[in-house]
Structures are given as C-alpha cells and as structure tokens.
Design a protein. Structure first.
Length: 358
C-alpha cells in the first residue's frame, strides 16, 4: 500500500513538473540568408555608368534579413497568456549585428493574449510591413527579388518605414477568415505619431488585405495626417500557379516623420503604384517567380521650382529550389528603370543565394 502511495506521489510530481514546463515556453528561431550579387547602373536609358559593382556579400540591410530571435509565452490562467518577442539582424559575412547599437532592432515587444486577441507594446513592424511579410501581393516576400541594398524597397511600393518604436497594437482573433490589426506608435512629441490598420481575409485559394497607414503631426508640426498610404492587395491560387495583385495610393506624400522636415502641406506630393506577380511551381522543389511593378510620383510646384512627375518600373524574375521546407537556394535578376534617369537611376542586378530558417 505504501509503495503504491509513493509511486502515485512520484507520478503526480512528474505530471506537475511537466505541466509547469508546458505552461511557459521560449523558442529560439532565425534565418541565415547569404547571397552574392552583381549590379550595373545606367546614367540614361541606354548608356551604362562608369561604375559597376563587384560581387557583394549580403548585408543586414537587405530586406530579406538574416536574423535571430526569441519568442515566448506563459500561461497566466483563465485563458490569458503573457507573450513576448525580441529579434535582431545579423550579418553572416562577419557575425556583426545591426547598426545604432540596436541588438534587437527588428522586434522588441511584450503583451497579453487570450480569447479577445492580442495586445502588444514595444518596437513592432508597420502595418504595411506585416502585410508584405504575410505575402499578399509581394510574391518575393521581400526576398530574392531585392538581392542588393540598392535594389531594396518593396518593388517601388511603400512599406511605411518597416518598423516603429513605442507602438501599441491590437490583433483580433480570426473570425470567418477575417482578422483586424490596429496600431499606433507615439512620437513622444518629437516626431509625428504613426497610425494604421490592417484588415486581412484568408479562405481557401483567396487571400486579400486592405491596409491604411499615416503620420499625424498634430502638436509637433502643426499639420495632421500626411503620407496617407492605402494599399489593396490579394493573392489567388489557381492550382497550377498563384497570381498576386496590388494597388497603392499615397496622398500628401512625404517619406520622413521628423518634426523639422514638414513646413507646409502645399509641398506634399502624390504617389501611385501597382504590381502583378506570379508564382509557378515547376516541380515540388522548384518554383519560378515573376513580378512587375510600376509607380508614378508627382510633386507640386513650390515657389520657382516646377512641378514634377516621375515614373518608375521594375521587373524581377527568380528561381527558388527548396532542399527542404526550411532551406532553399535562389537565383534572381532585377531590372529597374526611371523615365527621368540620373547617374545611377537605372540598375540591373543578378544574384545567387541560399537561405536557411531555423
């Protein structure tokens, strides 16, 4: 009888320990992505510039981003969980981290999650960055079609600064395929606040997103709501291939949110862009990706400076070979053209790389 009681007590202790371990978890994850790329710039539509870059090893400013991070969750009881994520960029060429002494420059937030959704606070991605990472219209998912720093930039469509500090975000549960994210990043009376929302839908072969984001300088610059970006995007799986479309309109265009860069709403311009992408699976391991983006930026006349209108276009083609769900190699070519070229406006790039996620 005593032996039975002792065994029962031991089993109970083991069960309690296992339950405690399951209640709290921390996961180490990351991506190591390295490529070599060669780019040629053109001073006009047909005349090459004198500078041609050599083979460049990937830098941490590439949008794909080698990174490492930690994410965790703790059961607080009653269906409530404490959650966090910290993530930093790394340079696999020499093992260095990001600039500006930001060890965790990609993510650094903490929050609560439950049946109501998630509430998170800290350094987080902009709503446009989230949309593109979820692969709604950028079929390269900020990957191999931007193989060099000079060719980065979401294929001429804004990602609204990538990340923002002091951000408060609410993420709803998924209801009938629909999920809502709302975020505001306070500028602490130094820079304008960044505000936005993201509405996503995913059901069967159709995935779609609607994003709206803007700066608000009320009390800092005296001008409210500039750089108002609205993006509609979607992706449809036809079975034999996937097609992606996106359209973006920016009203009162100004890229920066610094207080001293905005003096008058009359100086603000307009930006429109669209893209079309296709993912074609040749085999289970090999897929081809093609994407075309075109944009137009207009600025009003200010004083003696005439109004301007400039068109940009970029074409990207890549092949991705998956050795496993986490490791793949890619070969990519991009071509960027501007209708009013400067010394380095037009650029062709070719890159070969390998990516591993852990």
């Amino acid at each position: 009888m005593k032996k039975t009681l002792i065994v029962g007590a031991v089993l109970t202790a083991f069960a309690a320990a296992a339950s405690a371990q399951q209640a709290s978890s921390v996961t180490l994850y990351g991506i190591v992505d390295v490529n070599v790329a060669q780019s040629k710039t053109f001073g006009s539509a047909t005349t090459p510039a004198t500078t041609v870059t050599g083979m460049n090893v990937y830098s941490p400013t590439n949008p794909r981003g080698s990174r490492f991070g930690l994410r965790g969750s703790e059961d607080l009881g009653g269906g409530l969980r404490g959650i966090f994520q910290i993530e930093g960029a790394i340079n696999p060429e020499n093992g260095t981290t990001s600039a500006n002494n930001q060890l965790f420059n990609r993510h650094a937030w903490v929050g609560l999650a439950g049946g109501f959704g998630e509430l998170t606070v800290g350094r987080q991605e902009t709503m446009h960055r989230v949309m593109n990472n979820l692969n709604f219209n950028d079929v390269a998912t900020e990957g191999e079609l931007s193989v060099t720093t000079a060719n980065s930039g979401l294929q001429l469509m804004q990602n609204f600064g990538t990340r923002v500090d002091n951000a408060v975000r609410y993420t709803s549960p998924v209801m009938s395929g629909v999920q809502v994210r709302v975020q505001s990043a306070m500028g602490q009376r130094v820079t304008a606040s960044t505000n936005g929302m993201l509405l996503t839908y995913s059901n069967g072969p159709l995935r779609a997103a609607l994003t709206y984001e803007y700066y608000d300088g009320t009390g800092v610059t005296g001008i409210d709501r500039w750089n108002q970006v609205t993006t509609m995007s979607g992706q449809y799986n036809l079975g034999f291939m996937t097609v992606a479309l996106g359209y973006q309109w920016t009203d009162r265009l100004l890229a920066s949110n610094a207080a001293n860069t905005l003096t008058s709403a009359a100086t603000l311009g307009e930006h429109k862009a669209y893209n079309l992408g296709v993912i074609y699976p040749v085999t289970k391991e090999l897929s081809l990706r093609v994407q075309y983006t075109e944009s137009n930026t207009k600025t009003p006349a200010v004083g003696t400076t005439a109004a301007t209108s400039r068109d940009h276009a970029r074409t990207g083609v890549s092949a991705r070979y998956a050795f496993s769900p986490r490791t793949y190699a890619y070969l990519a070519y991009t071509e960027k053209k501007v209708d009013v070229p400067t010394a380095t406006a037009n650029k062709n790039s070719l890159g070969l790389g390998i990516s591993h996620a852990f």
